[in-house]
Design a protein around this ligand. Structure first.
Ligand SMILES: Cc1ncc(COP(=O)(O)O)c(C=O)c1O
Length: 378
């Protein structure tokens, strides 16, 4: 059976072949505990140290600023809960379009006496830095705004927001799970204090992440145990996955221009094809000038996106902008925050390309979408 064409790279990515080879080598040859003083332990520690450097290099950080975690969700929890624990302020600023891995942490904190300001976004899903500044209070302890949105690809003006945070003496965290490998991130040139990294969005396996913590920024432990990862993430290191994340970061950095050019080319080819096939019916839920190069959140007027996605689903894999529960349609909170109406949300597809997506993949997907919509229009 031929594999379906995968166009959902913001959901996850397959493991890169070089990353898989690195993992295989470690599975076969390295089983030591990095905390052990004898040679096989030291070998494992060297692998973890190398990976820390590779991750740091991708964002222009120092290795001492990287803590390995199990995923982006854990990195977000550690950043937010750890930063707040280290301070007395009880106010947080975030945006209305964060991933649940941030929003749900904030909601939990609201039940523990914290107050949260949810800054709105414009019709393109972007935060206005002036709104962030307006929300700052004397007791604001943290601003957490994502770098790029997983559904729309909208890139947030995080450097401006980080500067506002710095000006007011507030810590700034950004969830960069979707942006790494797709747009440049340079923490040394920015006032970002804390930044979340996800392995499985950059061709490493699921179940590995990292948190960048700027040197000098104090966060408290939220888990307790031995002293791994400066005690911030106790537990014997997952050497295989850490090495995989390191390799994935090295490859992402090395191939950045080639990969982003391909993602953009195939995304734009998809968009052009949709516009050609469905003139007057296509609306993008983003401003493509401020959008990840691989992401197209697009509404096809008059089309039920769920029906379309399920009809093409054994050949082309995409996401939709709403969720169906027991017959009723729930608009995604991101599209809701952008004031996208129910009709448009229900006809929204999220199509995301990857570093190996080909023109042929796109053309097959376009053909299938066109033919299926024709059937649905009848
Ligand atoms: C922006 C963003 N943050 C956090 C996450 C959570 O990642 P994980 O499930 O690997 O913890 C995701 C995953 O989709 C994401 O897109």
């Amino acid at each position: 059976m031929t594999q379906p064409i995968y166009l959902d790279y913001n959901a996850t990515t397959p493991i890169d072949t070089e990353v898989a080879a690195e993992m295989k080598y470690i599975i076969d040859a390295v089983y030591g505990n990095p905390s052990s003083a004898y040679s096989i332990g030291r070998t494992a520690k060297e692998i973890v140290d190398k990976a820390r450097l590779q991750v740091a290099n991708l964002i222009n950080a120092r290795p001492s600023e990287i803590v390995f975690t199990s995923c982006a969700t854990e990195s977000n929890n550690l950043a937010i809960l750890g930063a707040l624990k280290a301070q007395s302020g009880k106010h947080i600023i975030t945006s209305a379009i964060e991933h649940p891995a941030v929003i749900e942490v904030c909601r939990q904190l609201e039940t523990r006496g914290y107050q949260v300001s949810y800054v709105p976004v414009d019709q393109y899903g972007r935060v206005n830095p002036a709104d962030v500044e307006k929300a700052v209070r004397h007791d604001t302890a943290l601003i957490t705004i994502m770098h790029a949105n997983n559904e729309t690809g909208s890139i947030q003006p995080i450097d401006e927001i980080a500067n506002i945070a710095r000006k007011h003496g507030v810590l700034f965290h950004t969830d960069a799970a979707q942006s790494l490998g797709k747009i440049k991130v340079d923490v040394a040139q920015s006032s970002i204090d804390l930044l979340t990294i996800a392995g499985h969005k950059i061709y490493a396996p699921k179940g590995i992440g990292a948190l960048y913590i700027k040197n000098g920024v104090k966060i408290e432990k939220v888990m307790f145990g031995a002293s791994q990862e400066k005690g911030l993430r106790p537990g014997t290191e997952n050497v295989i996955h850490i090495a995989a994340l390191g390799k994935a970061c090295e490859v992402a950095q090395r191939d950045f221009d080639k990969n982003t050019a391909n993602m953009r080319h195939t995304r734009d080819r998809l968009f052009d094809g949709l516009q050609k096939f469905f003139p007057q019916r296509v609306t993008v839920n983003a401003n493509l000038q401020h959008c990840l190069p691989n992401t197209l959140s697009v509404a096809l007027a008059g089309v039920d996106a769920h029906t379309l996605a399920s009809l093409i689903g054994n050949k082309v894999l995409v996401s939709t902008g709403s969720a169906c529960h027991a017959g009723s349609v729930n608009i995604s909170p991101v599209l809701k925050a952008m004031k996208v109406n129910a009709q448009r949300a229900a006809s929204t597809l999220r199509i995301t390309t990857g570093k190996h997506t080909s023109e042929m993949d796109v053309d097959h997907a376009l053909d299938l979408i066109q033919n299926t919509v024709k059937q649905l229009d009848k």
